[in-house]
Write a protein that binds this ligand. Structure first.
Ligand code: SF4
Length: 342
């Protein structure tokens, strides 16, 4: 049997039971593929069900306010995915009559659909013979082939992956590779004894499976220090919406770059338009690691007298309805018990 036949035979018996499996609706397939990027399937399951219940089709999603879309996405991370999902839904409805493009090339023209997602959706929804190359698939294939060149992106394997894909069942083949990578060909400890492709795996033959894929030299993450201020004015908490870019569209408190000495904070806030300010209590430190960036945060609860431009003063109930990034979860939690917040 060929590699794809071995894989599909295994998939037919061992596929994971996931809510999006068997979906034929391109909208549902698109939604699952976007949610699954950088995110484990177990985490996605609940979000996928809630999202589909609230937005059962592309028109319902296109008609929703962005804030509601982000709120449903809260906790899933990589929020540009949600904003792009919303923008793509609007484009599909306004310019394409509510129908998704039927090819990978057409899908790539939509916001937020890169080469991986385009190929995954096109193969699963429309049967196009294109490999859905993500980190999982690249890991498995680099081991099958004992691919020596360091992989800068999974698409470095496009040619051999295209040669291996099943012509009869490309969507199932891609999902089979996803399942094999998630359950058998694990990053650190591949379970070669349970692998349907063990006999044709070159890395296993060399007893070197965990050494693949070969990696390029790592790029160090940028480190940033922030002071996060929970500022109250007359029993309301000051929040603002982040501009486009990292965590754009989500809410935040008052961030001050660096870790100024506590005595310097009231003066700095006064200069930013908060008026006279007093420090109320220190908040716990926190750290959040993004893909290429690390935030090291310290926090203070403070009280001021004015609402500066760009900020909203919200009640406790209003706060609950706003989407905040996971990066700020320590301070979002601290906001729950702020003294004097009504
Ligand atoms: S034999 Fe081992 S290394 Fe090779 S594909 Fe299977 S699980 Fe991965």
């Amino acid at each position: 049997m060929t590699f794809s036949e071995l894989l599909l035979h295994w998939y037919d018996a061992h596929r994971r039971s996931l809510p999006w499996r068997g979906a034929r609706d391109p909208y549902a397939i698109w939604l699952s593929e976007i949610m699954l990027q950088q995110t484990r399937a177990e985490t996605v399951e609940g979000y996928y069900a809630r999202f589909l219940a609230r937005f059962p089709d592309v028109r319902a999603l296109a008609a929703a306010p962005e804030e509601e879309v982000l709120k449903l996405w809260e906790g899933l991370g990589y929020y540009s995915r949600a904003r792009n999902l919303h923008a793509a839904a609007k484009l599909v409805c306004c310019e394409l009559g509510g129908r998704f493009p039927g090819t990978a090339a057409g899908l790539r023209a939509l916001p937020g659909i890169g080469p991986y997602a385009a190929n995954a959706i096109a193969s699963i929804a429309f049967g196009e013979c294109v490999p859905a190359l993500d980190g999982n698939q690249a890991r498995v294939l680099s081991r099958i082939l004992a691919w020596e060149a360091p992989l800068k992106t999974p698409f470095d394997l496009l040619d051999p992956a295209t040669a291996l894909i099943s012509r009869e069942r490309p969507g199932d083949y891609n999902q089979a590779l996803m399942d094999l990578g998630a359950t058998v060909c694990l990053p650190k400890q591949p379970r070669c004894e349970a692998c349907p492709a063990a006999d044709c795996c070159k890395a296993r033959a060399e007893d070197a499976a965990p050494d693949f894929p070969r990696k390029p030299a790592p790029v160090p993450k940028k480190e940033q220090a922030w002071t996060i201020l929970l500022v109250t004015v007359n029993g309301r908490l000051l929040v603002r919406r982040r501009p486009k870019g990292l965590l754009g569209g989500l809410y935040e408190f008052c961030p001050v770059e660096g870790w100024p000495e506590p005595e310097a904070l009231p003066g700095a806030l006064d200069a930013l338009g908060f008026g006279p300010t007093r420090l109320v209590a220190a908040l716990p430190p926190s750290k959040h690691v993004f893909t290429h960036l690390v935030w090291h945060m310290r926090g203070w609860a403070t009280a001021c007298e004015q609402v500066p431009e760009g900020f909203r003063a919200v009640t406790r109930d209003e706060l609950d309805a706003l989407p905040f990034p996971t990066a700020l979860k320590v301070y979002r939690r601290a906001a729950e018990s702020l003294p004097g917040l009504r």
